[in-house]
Every structure is written in C-alpha cells, then in structure tokens.
Design a protein. Sequence first.
Length: 63
Amino acid sequence: MISAIGFSEVMASLGSMAIIFLCACVVAWFGYCISSIARTADALERIADKLEDEDAEEEGGAK
C-alpha cells in the first residue's frame, strides 16, 4: 500500500500539513497578541485606579 503512494501524493500531503501548521501558528499568534493587549489594558487600568486613589487622598487631606 505505501509503495503505491507516488511522490506527488506525498508532497500534497506534506503541503497540506504545512498549511495547517502555519494556520495554527497564525491563530496562536493572534491569541497571544489579544492576551497581551488585555494584560496591558489591565495594567493601565490598575495604574489609573492607583492615581485616582492618590488624587482622592490629596483632596481629602487638603480640606
């Protein structure tokens, strides 16, 4: 059975696997980018909350 497989069929199978692998890598990269943006947004939100808390303490202490 295996000896009946020709070169073109083997190359077509390898090409298909390569395309699937590249698509999986692209999807994983997009997922990484999205999670990175989400982590950055979370960090910026924490910084903004900290600054707001410091501003509220300064306003409360000045009165």
